[in-house]
Design a protein around this ligand. Structure first.
Ligand code: BG6
Length: 463
């Protein structure tokens, strides 16, 4: 059977500034630069973001390789900590302006449409130390100012923008699961940060619209559809609460302009509802997204709390109402412990179609992380990553089914074009179509890159 996609489908890949550029010529440290400075032992093999995949120096070569892999669209991000010179006065770092201009022009020269995100876990750390980071409304306003600078500078050529990548991860990692700096367990702050991130997105959208640029703007959400472990009422209820917090909060606010009432009531009951003004709620209502980017890696199997995993928490944490449940004998995204469940993409698409006005969206990340891929190098020196091809095919298959049923999905972006540095995992999980030797910076197409080029040209593949 041949799976056929529309001719104008976005065949692309996603990456981010902090994971590729390296710290070259950067005036400010972001949250992860700093996290690595103070606790290098938390990072896989103690490897930090100093060189990343050397995109700052190698961008021309890298973009040429992306073209060779058949990519038609690429999402990366502009680092606030690079673009802005004085974080209070919102003045520009001219070297960074030159760099991002050159990157955008190079993408366009190579026939690749660049899409830009403005926050990928990389708040300038000074703003955390001075104001408390995303818990502070001052930071929200500074962010909107930075976003406006980016729109003014690059909005003539960049036509698709995103305000955040995975705001939920900033909240979870930084404020109750401790895998991002500042590694707190503070339920009330977590809730405020979640709200402030949404407010920041809406304020940036307001700035974008005021400039009357010809383009579109959205937010990138990691959706992890929760499936209850059983159909017993308590498991179903646990999964509904997880859904409200993990998915609906940003979905509803971004697309419908207001937060789910059930979530507000729950947070109120717990005494942790965020602080907001009427004026802010109006801004959120008036500045909805044009499109959604959806990152999907794994579903969430959810059950009612059966053991006291949250005993560490001194106060409310959002996930005290549910616990994960592992599917027996399921396939895992290699080395990650993430269940492979491609049909969830179909479920996500149907949800958007049925509950969010069938708004335009695309898969902004999906991918398979594998360590020690050198194991699979053939005699020609090419990594034979058939597992990745299979993984992509299965996800595209379910996406295609939803599109045949009317879902407005515009494209599929793989994480990631070129193996890059990734947060605490550093260089452990390789997701790229193109490999990177982190010692020599040699970059080489994997088997999946040749395959991806074929599907991006024919817009179809055989299953
Ligand atoms: C996504 C993030 O959630 O997961 C990426 O947006 C990240 O930035 C990717 O790199 C994979 O994570 P990891 O830790 O397996 O490399």
């Amino acid at each position: 059977m041949r799976v056929q996609f529309p001719k104008n489908f976005w065949w692309g890949a996603a990456t981010s500034g902090p994971q590729t550029e390296g710290r070259f010529q950067k005036k400010h440290a972001n949250m992860f630069d700093y996290f690595y400075e103070i606790q290098p032992e938390r990072f896989y093999k103690h490897q930090g973001p100093d060189t990343a995949s050397n995109f700052y120096n190698d961008y021309k070569k890298d973009i040429r390789l992306m073209k060779e892999a058949g990519l038609k669209t690429v999402r990366t991000s502009i680092q606030w900590s690079r673009l802005i010179d004085d974080l209070e006065l919102n003045t520009l770092n001219e070297e960074a302006v030159t760099f991002y201009n050159a990157v955008i022009d190079e993408f366009i020269a190579q026939g690749i449409t660049p899409m830009m995100n403005l926050h990928h876990f990389d708040l300038p750390v000074e703003l955390y130390h001075r104001y408390g980071g995303w818990a502070s409304k001052t930071v929200v306003d500074l962010y909107a100012g930075f976003a406006e600078q980016a729109f003014r500078l690059f909005g003539d050529r960049v036509k698709t923008w995103f305000t955040h990548n995975e705001p939920l991860v900033v909240v979870e990692g930084g404020y109750y699961k401790q895998f991002h700096y500042p590694m707190k367990i503070e339920g009330k702050t977590a809730v405020q940060v979640a709200y402030n991130l949404q407010l920041a997105s809406s304020k940036a959208i307001e700035k974008y619209r005021a400039l009357k640029l010809d383009g579109q703007i959205g937010m990138i959400l990691n959706l992890t559809p929760p499936y209850p472990a059983t159909q017993e009422a308590e498991d179903v209820q646990a999964s509904e609460i997880a859904d409200l917090w993990l998915n609906r909060m940003y979905l509803d606010a971004s697309v419908k302009g207001s937060f789910p009432v059930k979530l507000i009531k729950l947070l109120e009951k717990e005494g942790v509802l965020w602080e907001n003004s009427e004026e802010e709620l109006e801004i959120i209502k008036a500045n909805r997204v044009d499109l959604l980017g959806i990152n999907f890696y794994h579903p969430n199997r959810v059950q009612r709390p059966r053991y006291s995993a949250n005993s560490l928490a001194v106060d409310f944490v959002p996930d005290k109402f549910w616990q994960p449940y592992e599917m027996p004998a399921c396939r895992m995204n290699v080395d990650k412990g993430w269940e492979i469940y491609p049909k969830a993409l179909y479920d996500i698409a149907k949800d958007i179609q049925e509950n969010y006005g069938n708004i335009d969206w695309f898969v902004s990340e999906n991918g398979m992380g594998v360590s020690n891929e050198e194991r699979y190098v053939n005699e020609q020196g090419v990594i034979e990553d058939d597992y990745r091809i299979q993984f992509i095919k299965e996800h595209l298959y379910w996406l295609n089914r939803a599109m045949e049923e009317g879902s407005n999905c515009l494209g599929y972006h793989l994480w990631t074009p070129i193996d890059c540095w990734s947060w605490l995992n550093a260089y452990r999980n390789r997701y790229g179509l193109i490999s990177t030797n982190i010692h020599t910076q040699e970059k080489k197409l994997k088997k999946s890159a040749y395959w991806f080029k074929e599907i991006s040209q024919t817009c179809s593949f055989e299953v």
